[in-house]
Write a protein that binds this ligand. Structure first.
Ligand SMILES: C[S@@+](CC[C@H](N)C(=O)[O-])C[C@H]1O[C@@H](n2cnc3c(N)ncnc32)[C@H](O)[C@@H]1O
Length: 464
């Protein structure tokens, strides 16, 4: 087969290090798919191995989760009897192999060989012959074909054809089709691409131009700016943050370009007391301080461990928000009685706008989660609105692509209260380009490669 697309890397590892990487990748995949843990929380499992092996383990685990629905459809016709759920590990070893065959430059014979060796080294030696047979059959079947044609062919045979082509669960595809009849294909395709590493340059320390010079000199990498968004720098290649100049000195943080709009929209001014009600891990909290040192921020989150990360991130940058572990809805338990000038509600959501960076969302999120999230977002919005000063502004933000969590939520809220008015968003918001006209607020799509998907709506509290 001529392999022609999405080729992330060639493998130059030896047998032992390949097996180490594959073992860790398998562990990560099992923790996500069996135990529902998030991929980002598991990446630490790659920290104590050689950098090259860690990169390979990450590539395999991200790759399999990114193309999970598609890889399953590709494998299905070659499995005579469906595997039992206790043998998910064997299925995943085969999916890792099919991912490598379809999307990497590792030679096919080496892929099959290492998959079979991995099974032989496990407690399920009985499966080695089956894995060998299935993968060799698969290779015979696709020999000489273009990978895109292989996917189309499988998709035609499968009832779940769209799942195979777009590699998303059908419920997400259906919801996007309904909400965005003109853009759903483009969104799904973009969700399967790898996102760039984007920095937020701390303009209190250094300008983006100066930082590019530092990068080119000290890290042999360059970055691209976005007009109108002076803190955004999109790296041409991802790097470990610790290898980039000035990380410990607080010169930059890692944050998507779309996420950097929140603080710019809220525009903190000297003397503001701002509530960041769903603050962890603190990217937006810190950005507000970078824009204006003379403010006070109350940063709240329901998760103590996640709030700890707000503390760490702010400490590195030299900022000190007041930290509160609490449920944003239970205002009686944590609110001091002083109204806020501004409120940021970056509410928990389906996270369907950040699938590029978190492909596990496609396997972890369930359709029935959405109604519960919509209800939670409403409660947070209603309860926190009462804490805003008349004349103050509240920014509602999600990283969702579903209208139910976004514009429909704001339309609903505007009908519930009579002291809220929509505020036009600053022009800077249009700089990111890939947006759709919505009845209120702005919806960013993850399609032009520069930004994840976000929704923002700015509300002002009227003096009644
Ligand atoms: C989208 S994330 C916030 C990201 C953050 N603003 C940033 O820019 O780094 C949503 C956060 O809401 C928190 N959360 C979920 N339910 C909550 C609740 N009822 N009250 C307060 N925080 C909550 C989650 O723990 C999570 O950290």
């Amino acid at each position: 087969m001529t392999k022609i697309f999405h080729k992330p890397m060639t493998n130059t590892q030896n047998d032992t290090s390949i097996l180490t990487s594959r073992k860790i990748a398998l562990k990560i995949l099992l923790c996500v798919l069996k135990e529902g843990q998030s991929l980002s929380s598991l990446i630490q499992l790659t920290e104590n191995i050689e950098a090259r092996d860690a990169a390979f383990a990450r590539m395999l685990s991200f790759g399999v989760l990114r193309f999970y629905q598609q890889l399953q459809a590709l494998l299905k016709p070659f499995i005579k009897k469906p595997l039992k759920s206790k043998d998910l590990d064997i299925q995943l070893i085969m999916l890792m192999a099919i991912y490598q065959i379809m999307y990497t430059r590792v030679p096919d014979f080496a892929v099959v060989d290492s998959a079979v060796k991995q099974v032989r080294k496990s407690r399920k030696k009985w499966a080695a012959k089956m894995v060998n047979g299935v993968l060799r059959n698969y290779l015979r079947h696709i020999d000489g074909k273009d990978p895109d044609d292989v996917i189309k062919e499988i998709a035609l045979k499968e009832i779940e054809g769209e799942e195979a082509v777009f590699s998303h669960p059908q419920w997400i595809i259906n919801k996007l089709k309904k909400d965005w009849p003109e853009s759903w294909r483009e969104i799904l395709t973009a969700n399967n691409k790898q996102a760039p590493m984007t920095l937020r340059i701390n303009l209190q320390h250094i300008r983006a131009d100066e930082y590019i010079t530092e990068l080119e000199k000290n890290a042999e990498v360059s970055g691209d700016k976005i007009t109108g968004l002076p803190s955004v720098l999109i790296l041409q290649q991802a790097r470990d943050v610790k290898q980039l100049p000035g990380f410990s000195k607080g010169w930059f943080s890692v944050q998507d370009a779309g996420a950097q709009l929140a603080a710019l929209i809220l525009q903190p001014v000297e003397g503001d007391h701002i509530l960041d009600a769903c603050a962890a891990p603190g990217g937006k909290t810190a950005h507000m301080f970078e824009l204006q040192k003379g403010i006070q921020i109350t940063a709240l989150d329901i998760s103590a461990s996640r709030l700890q990360r707000v503390d760490e991130n702010c400490q590195r940058l030299g900022f000190s928000p007041s930290l509160i572990v609490a449920d944003a809805r239970a205002v009686d338990e944590w609110w001091s009685g002083e109204l806020f000038d501004k409120i940021l509600l970056d509410v928990p959501c389906s996270a369907t706008g950040v699938i590029r960076r978190h492909p596990d969302i496609k396997s972890l999120r369930r359709e029935e989660d959405i109604d519960a999230l919509v209800e939670l977002q409403r409660e947070i919005l209603v309860k926190n609105w009462a804490l805003l000063k008349p004349g103050g502004t509240l920014l509602y933000a999600t990283c969702s692509l579903f209208k139910a969590e976004n514009e429909q939520q704001i339309m609903w809220f505007l009908q519930q209260v009579d002291d809220a008015a929509l505020v036009d968003l600053p022009e800077i918001v249009t700089e990111l380009g890939s947006q759709s006209k919505v009845s209120c607020g702005v919806q960013l799509f993850p399609v032009d490669g520069r930004s994840d998907g976000f929704y923002y709506a700015l509300l002002k509290k009227e003096h009644l």
